[in-house]
Design a protein around this ligand. Structure first.
Ligand code: ADP
Ligand code: MG
Length: 703
């Protein structure tokens, strides 16, 4: 047995958390910092100096030699630049270790190489990272030694957001302010802040590192671009929640330990639907902390996998034909005194407040379905959403039978007098039902499902940052709350106005509610009848960012300016085009240098065999037939390859932007599929010994 692990002891040991701050910081400094964290008060430089000094001393005790401002540019991954703590040598040739308040609060990485979508001219490359003191600093241990990581936001010289974090923090402020307005209407005078709580469930695949290294597609793109289905897939459902194999269990143990040390509440782990697929979920946290922690989870999964001789695939669709990976984004709103606005509650006033919150969210999701869809778009997710697997690309909300019934009563009679499996209850406003939890089953096919006291947004891609989806969720809900408060704060008869508003929202936005099977073809037709958008791909989703209604909303709540939105749209088109260009070129490379040569060699062997068998006076019909079939597919391969090369060159020569991205999507991607088809057929009939790389079976069943 390995040594025993004391989770309580190691949890958070590498985090500069509240406990450490309380112990180490002078009382006054600690108080000032808490004020900044809790109320957004500005931090003075003298206070920052003291904090920086203590943080450095603490980090050095943990072995840290460097610090870094850890930020989230629009590349989709995190970025960091390391500086050591050493200062200029003294006269005696020695150095001191120093870290100032200025260095803590503000960094200035050369920003010229990060995507800015035209927001920042290259000659004006200044970008600033600013400490997000609401997400704690931590020390990371890896091959580089120990590094003090300071979570930061990243802005341009003129204050435009160049990252995922800044708009997230802005959206959190927006939803907090509007939520407070709303709960004040129901008599809450004590809560000071409302924070979105987020719990992302991370799916991933593990494959053997040695096999991974034999596949150029996995190396360059993170997914397989060729590969025939093995005889067995996921049809037996024997992997889902199955016993975790020892090699994987050992990996999970190390992942948990590393995550716990940096304060990530790794909680649930299990095998997922596809062979070699797994999931890890933390306990939910404040949205910005959850975003940081999710990045840590993804990085830790990758790092630890390498140590275990494996590779962790975070791509949304590493293997065609089996389940892809997503990230369920569980979301709710919690007051600083612990009340969840999405909890149906036990008392009448909470109940009616809940119905208002719920119908506001229905309204928000219905009016901004396109934005939510866009927030989950990335090149990998195009293979999931609206493709062969769920969730569909159509946004709908699952409420469950009980809530749906309540809404139906509200809409048809103007009052809800009973709830399924629940008793009648006086609300003091109108007769509204109490809402018992778990009165309904779960629905796994809905992209946006109410699950007891939270919404679960299931579209997000496994590799994507969850910042974007939460920015949209926070802002659209802030807008709906604001509109409701505008009405209710001025109402002469509050009870009547409230009742009318809930009824109106429920009626007007009922079309977004769908409790049926989201995977069924009938739903696609039904959604068309309801007028719900069905946005099938990333390039078709991006325009949602810059519609008039999106610009008006994001500007109203100071989450994005129009220029920031336009720049984000530009960056997304560019990122998409680049991703597909790399995939296409990888396919060209593999087909030209690996598959075609291997098949040519094999046909020569077959041809020699045909001659030899005939010379021996035997029947070579089978060999000859196989030779003809393979030669035919080889010709198809060559033709498809030529076509893909032509289209890829054409695409690459275009100017960056929407047209180019659309060309990649509508012309290059089909050409990629056309090349894949004959190669996958060849894989099924060519001698396995002659095939130049590990098969799907080797990759997902032999980890
Ligand atoms: P599942 O959906 O797989 O059954 P759970 O519902 O237990 O799993 O939780 C999934 C994730 O949702 C976890 O990360 C959990 O911490 C998070 N979660 C639970 N309650 C809330 C909440 N009120 N707000 C946000 N996230 C939550
Ligand atoms: Mg879930």
């Amino acid at each position: 047995m390995s040594e025993l692990l004391n989770v309580a002891e190691i949890f958070g040991e590498d985090v500069f958390n509240d406990k450490v701050m309380q112990e180490r910081l002078p009382k006054k400094v600690y108080k000032d910092l808490k004020k900044t964290i809790e109320e957004g008060k500005e931090l003075s430089l003298t206070t920052a100096d003291v904090i920086a000094h203590e943080m450095k001393e603490w980090a050095i005790e943990k072995g840290a030699t460097h610090y870094t401002h850890w930020f989230q540019p629009l590349t989709g991954v995190t970025a960091e630049k390391h500086d050591s703590f050493i200062s200029a040598p003294m006269e005696n040739g020695k150095v001191l270790m120093s870290f100032s308040g200025k260095e803590l609060i503000k960094g200035e990485p050369d920003a010229s190489s990060f995507p800015s979508g035209g927001l920042r001219a290259t000659f004006e490359a200044r970008g600033y990272t600013a400490w997000d003191c609401t997400s704690p600093a931590f020390v990371r241990h890896d091959a580089a030694g120990a590094t003090l990581c300071i979570p930061t936001a990243f802005c341009s010289y003129t204050g435009e957001a160049l990252d995922q974090k800044t708009p997230l923090l802005r959206s959190m402020e927006a939803v907090s302010a509007q939520s407070l307005r709303l709960i004040r209407l129901f008599g809450n005078t004590t809560s000071k802040k409302v924070t979105p709580s987020v719990g992302p469930e991370q799916e991933y695949f593990l494959v053997d590192a040695a096999k991974f290294m034999q596949r150029k597609d996995l190396i360059y793109t993170g997914r397989t671009l060729f590969g025939a289905m093995p005889p067995k897939g996921q049809e037996l459902d024997d992997h889902y929640f199955g016993t975790i194999r020892q090699r994987i269990a050992g990996f999970m143990k190390d992942v948990n330990e590393e995550l716990w040390k940096v304060g990530v509440t790794a909680k649930t782990q299990h095998n997922e639907v596809a062979p070699a697929q797994h999931e890890l979920a933390p306990i939910y946290a404040e949205a910005n902390v959850a975003v940081d922690h999710n990045h840590l989870v993804m990085q830790t999964l990758k790092r630890v996998a390498c140590r275990h001789g494996m590779k962790c695939l975070l791509h949304e669709k590493p293997f065609a034909g089996v389940n892809g990976s997503g990230k369920h984004n569980n979301w709710s709103l919690t007051t600083d005194d612990g009340k969840n606005l999405l909890d149906p509650g036990k008392t009448p006033h909470e109940n009616i407040q809940f119905l208002l919150v719920l119908t506001c969210i229905l309204k928000a999701v219905d009016e901004h379905a396109d934005l939510l869809r866009e927030s989950a778009a990335d090149p990998g997710n195009d293979h999931r959403l609206g493709a062969n697997e769920a969730p569909p690309a159509i946004i709908s909300v699952f409420l469950g039978e009980q809530l749906e019934d309540v809404l139906e009563q509200l809409i048809s009679t103007g009052e809800a007098t009973h709830s399924l499996k629940g008793g009648k209850l006086e609300t003091g406003v109108r007769t509204l039902p109490d809402l018992a939890k778990d009165a309904t089953d779960r629905n796994r096919t809905s992209p946006f499902a109410f699950t007891g006291n939270k919404f679960e947004f299931r579209m997000v891609g496994s590799r994507d940052s969850i910042a974007g989806p939460n920015v949209v969720l926070n802002t659209i809900v802030a807008e709906a709350f604001a509109e409701a408060c505008d009405v209710l704060e001025n109402a002469e008869d509050f009870d009547k106005a409230l009742h009318d508003l809930i009824k109106r929202y429920a009626t007007e936005h009922y079309r977004i509610v769908f409790n049926g099977n989201g995977y069924a073809d009938e739903w696609v037709e039904e959604a068309v009848r309801r007028g719900l958008p069905n946005i099938r791909s990333m390039v078709e989703a991006i325009p949602a960012l810059t519609t008039d209604k999106a610009v008006a909303m994001f500007e109203k709540f100071k989450v994005f300016t129009k220029a920031e939105l336009q720049s984000r749209a530009e960056i997304k088109y560019e990122n998409y085009a680049k991703a597909i260009n790399i995939e296409a070129r990888t396919m060209i490379d593999m087909a030209s240098k690996q598959f075609i040569p291997a098949v040519i060699k094999y046909t020569k062997e077959l041809a020699d065999t045909v001659l030899a068998v005939k010379a021996a006076g035997a029947d070579a019909a089978v060999q000859a037939e196989l030779l003809a079939e393979i030669s035919g597919l080889l010709a198809d391969t060559k033709q498809a390859l030529t076509q893909l090369m032509k289209l890829t060159d054409e695409a690459a020569a275009m100017n960056e932007g929407e047209d180019q991205a659309r060309f990649y999507h509508f012309d290059v991607v089909p050409a990629m599929e056309a090349l894949r088809a004959p190669v996958d057929k060849l894989e099924m009939i060519v001698d396995k010994e002659a095939w130049p790389m590990p098969s799907y079976g080797d990759l997902i069943f032999e980890v």
